[in-house]
Design a protein around this ligand. Structure first.
Ligand SMILES: NC(=O)c1ccc[n+]([C@@H]2O[C@H](COP(=O)([O-])OP(=O)(O)OC[C@H]3O[C@@H](n4cnc5c(N)ncnc54)[C@H](O)[C@@H]3O)[C@@H](O)[C@H]2O)c1
Ligand SMILES: O=C(O)[C@H](O)COP(=O)(O)O
Length: 392
């Protein structure tokens, strides 16, 4: 039995894929795996038996990924599973930035009386806006969300330019050839009336939107942030809003500094909050996690390499180790010492870490335990476990 702990509301369509014979939900204190959305795990102490954390969503900045790697915990996310939901909200935000819809709705709510139609017609001019067609939109980060936003904004007749120095081949294939490609931040920002950012927050992008970034924007442009609050320097945005350099700041992240600011439009982190996205994320997170727990294969991890080989032997040993010389040599030497034949072995690395799968014939439990203990003692082995195909 594997014990899965959940945080936040995970759609039942996903959780029901965890059958009762193999998995229990939220029962023990030492889970084998965690499924969560935005719950912050940075202060959580990890139990030794924790094998994996699956983020039902895209951003993993709520998970201490480096600490997980150090503890041999594989972290997964659900790439693209909520991208359409975010794209639709960004399109709504674009329209809401061009036309004072929100202000108009709030105004009409407080009107009353039989002559309402006349009052509305006489006063509606204060809520006139502008159109998106013909305006330039800069999209920074052309991943799952940014590429959808860029393609659809083009169909709104916007002049779309994108910037992503690490764009994936898959995205490149999906992008409309009408979306212009910028080679630098300076180029993408220079003439844009609207700038929308869709990058993950990490050591390279934290504070990306700073005074220098804002200075490169066209005066009076609108900035949309449906990425993370960590990508902006709050005080620099406030200065730009107050001195008129920035016309509006539209964001999906609540911050006391902006919620009542007359030039800010703040959404309560609703990007992925649609029925469809919640179901998509839950199903992808559960399937990814279940596959890892049952087979040891890794798909969609943010800290370990992709590795996917069929298990043909009864026993599979999986080892999370540091990416240092002679790991495979030491691991195989332990098997050789016990005269255990290796049916299949694969080692893949990613940065400072690596993952090794070894398929072997059936062994006595006591011998298997001894081998696993020996392997766990190798300097640089962070976690080792056995998958018995007959038990799965
Ligand atoms: N508001 C929400 O509810 C919501 C929902 C989903 C995702 N997000 C946020 O949006 C981010 C992006 O999501 P996604 O699904 O598109 O992820 P993704 O991984 O598919 O795309 C991110 C893209 O950013 C690019 N990138 C990275 N650093 C860059 C840089 N310095 N300059 C330009 N491009 C850069 C990458 O190459 C990649 O193509 C997530 O990490 C998350 O923080 C927010
Ligand atoms: O990174 C994400 O996927 C989003 O920010 C969604 O977060 P949520 O699952 O808490 O809505």
């Amino acid at each position: 039995m594997k014990d899965i702990h959940t945080f936040n509301r995970i759609a039942p369509e996903g959780l029901q894929l965890l059958n009762n014979e193999e998995f229990v939900l939220n029962e023990g204190y030492d889970p084998d795996a965690i499924i969560l959305r935005s719950k912050d795990l940075h202060t959580m102490a990890f139990n030794d038996s924790l094998l994996a954390i699956a983020r039902a969503g895209a951003g993993v900045n709520n998970i201490p990924v480096e600490a997980c790697s150090e503890n041999g915990i594989v972290v997964f996310n659900t790439p693209g599973a909520n991208a359409n939901a975010v794209k639709e909200l960004v399109l709504a935000a674009l329209v809401m930035s061009a036309r004072p819809i929100y202000q108009g709705l709030r105004w009409v709510e407080h009107m009353e009386g039989d002559n309402l139609p006349e009052i509305v017609e006489a006063n509606k001019k204060q809520f006139a806006g502008t159109e998106l067609a013909g305006k330039r939109l800069a999209v920074i980060g052309l991943g799952a969300i940014g590429s959808l936003v860029a393609n659809d904004a083009y169909h709104l007749n916007m002049d779309v330019i994108g910037y992503d120095p690490y764009v994936s081949v898959e995205t490149a294939w999906n992008m409309s050839s009408r979306v212009k490609k910028a080679n630098s931040l300076q180029e993408v920002l220079r003439d844009a009336d609207y700038v929308t950012v869709h990058v993950p927050v990490n050591n390279h992008t934290e504070g990306l939107v700073n005074a220098d970034f804002l200075h490169q924007m066209k005066p009076g442009a609108v900035l949309l942030n449906f990425s993370r609050d960590g990508i902006i320097v709050r005080d620099d945005i406030l200065t730009a809003l107050n001195n008129g350099r920035l016309d509006k700041y539209v964001a999906d992240f609540a911050d006391e500094a902006f919620v009542r600011h007359p030039k800010a439009l703040i959404f309560p982190h609703l990007g992925a909050s649609t029925d469809e996205a919640e179901v998509n994320c839950a199903i992808m997170a559960v399937k990814t996690l279940k596959y890892f727990l049952e087979t040891g294969n890794i798909l969609r991890s943010v800290n370990f390499p992709t590795i996917d080989i069929p298990q043909q032997s009864p026993l599979r040993i999986t080892i999370v180790n540091r990416n240092v010389p002679n790991m495979v040599g030491q691991i195989s030497a332990i098997l050789a010492k016990h005269f255990v034949n290796i049916d299949n072995i694969l080692n893949r690395s990613r940065g400072n870490y690596a993952y090794t799968i070894i398929d072997i014939p059936l062994l006595e439990d006591s011998l298997l335990q001894e081998i696993l203990e020996d392997m766990s003692k190798i300097e640089g082995v962070l976690k080792a476990r056995v998958i018995n195909r007959r038990e799965m």
